[in-house]
Design a protein around this ligand. Sequence first.
Ligand code: ADP
Length: 424
Amino acid sequence: MTKQRKLLIGCVADDFTGATDVAGIFAKSGMKTTVLIDIPEGGLSIDADAIVIALKTRTIASHQAVSQSLAALRWLRDRGAERIYFKYCSTFDSTANGNIGPVIDAMLEELASGFTIACPAFPANGRTIYKGNLFVGDVPLNESGMKDHPLTPMTDSNLVRVLTSQTKHRVAACYRDTVIRGAADVRDWASKAEADGIGVAIVDAIADEDLEVIAQAFADAPLLTGASGLAFGLATVLFKDRRNLESRPGYSNTVGSRAVVSGSCSVATNSQVEAMLRDHEGFKVDVASLASGEDVVSKALKWAAGRLGRKPILFYATANPEEVKANQSRFGVAEAGEMVESTLARIARSLVDLGVSELIVAGGETSGAVVKHLGINRLDIGNEIAPGVPWVSAPLSSGQIWLALKSGNFGGREFFVDAWDRIQ
Ligand code: ADP
């Protein structure tokens, strides 16, 4: 009998696109990686180097985010996870109440640790941190499209300030001047900071090399937190000489239909929707119709009949910031979001029943709603489409389904059109 490998990393992700993003990074580094949807019941035994538990905790009440995150952490620790990675968005998406800070506080307490780092940098996707400030491409976070996010508008690029308002710990920034001096200097900085009563450090990183230094410095820490950039650094450090490239799930699907379901309103997704609509058909989910009680799901499915096939069709609630704001002031922020998410999830479910077996979902919250509604509990990682977005596959009673769960801001303009070429 072959011995089960050590679980090097147990990862708790606060949304589903983030979970497949970080799992794609681990898999690319050669780690055998599994994504579990929610906390599995019972004693599931999984042979993996990294297990990512996908939660949908980014915008829920803080106490619920904390209790679900702790349950995931405990499940992973019970399976021998040597270190815990708390994965959130590279744009530090959070509400005024958290949930990044409260989850970090609870995880530190559970692990009896007084210090961790928060480093959402992801240079491959243009997220860099300098002097504690997060940049998206060429602009500070608060000048990027994230200022208009429907649920987690980010209005301050200074992560020390943002996190200070969410955590009971003192927060400080470890500047790049220290990071470029190497892992030993970063460790020294951290020891002094901890001795001075700092509980969480925002660490500067503007390039992949910085993330590797940071990962080296904290490779033995019980808890690290960040986006998939730091996870890449960690995987590189932990898995350097151990490349055991596992076979990817086999693709043998040439008949199923293809669709895109988009509930993201990010700048990137707006342009991807526009690009797809140039030569593909699309059905717009209108929030006012949903609010008036119209049966939009039936209407969408009626529209889809006769259009489903290998040429993908699009279902979208994606809208520009003015339209989103108008919906939110008319119907409420949470109410509008929830109506859209549940509608897109029901459309997706029906599409799968109608033979769609390759599905792109745009939006973190939207992906969470869709995957849960499909009743999927485990995802295997396939090819990367764009930085941060792999194809993933899951068994369904109707056969295997392929999904691409795209975080709002990820992917180039032609993502919805070109992604299909990367499935095998
Ligand atoms: P992203 O990955 O871009 O953050 P999410 O799916 O996480 O995307 O979040 C987008 C939120 O906006 C969802 O809750 C979604 O239901 C909501 N939403 C989508 N379209 C609209 C719209 N037209 N009006 C108001 N809210 C919308």
